[in-house]
Ligand binder design. Structure first.
Ligand code: SAH
Length: 251
């Protein structure tokens, strides 16, 4: 059996109880050493083999999983945040299917959620934006043309950019094709880690501030008026707004 576990954004206490239980009872753990906090592996059982996937090809990762399976043992593949976001999990799942190895996926606290918590902000403010776009600028891995920054910016929704902080100037220029220059931006570096940093500004000022802070990676760029102070009150908790469950309509 292979379990894919989302390790959360960094703070080991953001691991789910299920993820922690699986890691602590694993025979083999494969994790991305550069992004996952090694502290999430602090209670692995003695004899657990730990591999850092940073230096491994897909085939090598799969070979370790297969060998473990043949021995009737359990592999836990630890991903940063949640594996469904830029996790390269799909190719592993499909390969395991072809190899006939069963697998299960355990969700994790993605960095974009840890970033909102760090900022104490809500991405979906009433009458500001009810849409969150998670995306990235193209780099060595391309992005489909219809999802270019310029296309997505047209919505002026809450936008969260992964893997893009290294090219702030270009990013800002492309966002400014639709967002006003005064739009607030917050860059969250290493959300939930002890070295977490939050840099705030506007599209006009943020590139310079990020440069001054020396942030070049492991950060999210969050953009939109959700960072401002103007919004409508939630209808959900409005005493004049009746709904099916005053008892608690959350979904
Ligand atoms: N699956 C991960 C994302 C992997 S892609 C998740 O759900 O969060 C790696 C990118 O995610 C980094 O380049 C950075 O943009 C972002 N990232 C990961 N952890 C982060 C953190 N703790 N704080 C801010 N950004 C983070």
């Amino acid at each position: 059996m292979v379990y894919f576990v989302g390790a959360g954004a960094g703070d080991p206490e953001l691991l789910t109880i299920k993820g922690k239980r699986l890691i602590d009872s694993a025979d083999v753990v494969i994790y991305a050493g550069s992004l996952v906090n090694p502290a999430v592996l602090s209670d692995v059982k003695s004899g657990c083999k730990i591999y850092d996937s940073a230096g491994m090809h897909l085939e090598e990762v799969l070979a370790v999983m297969q060998e473990t399976e043949v021995q009737g043992k359990t592999t836990v593949r630890v991903h940063t945040g949640d594996a469904s976001i830029y996790g390269a999990i799909r190719e592993q799942l499909d390969a395991l299917d072809r190899m006939g190895i069963p697998h299960e996926v355990v969700p994790g606290v993605s960095s974009f959620l840890a970033a909102a918590a760090a900022m104490q902000k809500e991405y979906t403010l009433p009458n500001v934006s009810q849409t969150v776009i998670l995306t990235r600028m193209e780099g060595r891995t391309p992005v489909p043309e219809r999802e270019s920054i310029e296309e997505l910016a047209k919505h002026r929704a809450t936008m969260i950019l992964f893997l893009s902080v290294g090219r702030m100037e270009e990013l800002v220029e492309r966002l400014c094709t639709s967002y006003p220059k005064t739009t607030p931006v917050a860059v969250v570096y290493k959300a939930s880690w002890p070295e977490q940093k939050i840099v705030t500004g506007t599209l006009e000022t943020i590139a310079e501030k990020v440069k001054e802070a020396g942030i070049t990676k492991t950060a999210l760029v969050t953009v939109g008026d959700f960072l401002g102070d103007t919004y409508d009150l939630s209808k959900l908790y409005d005493k004049t707004f009746t709904h099916e469950f005053r008892q608690g309509l959350d979904g």
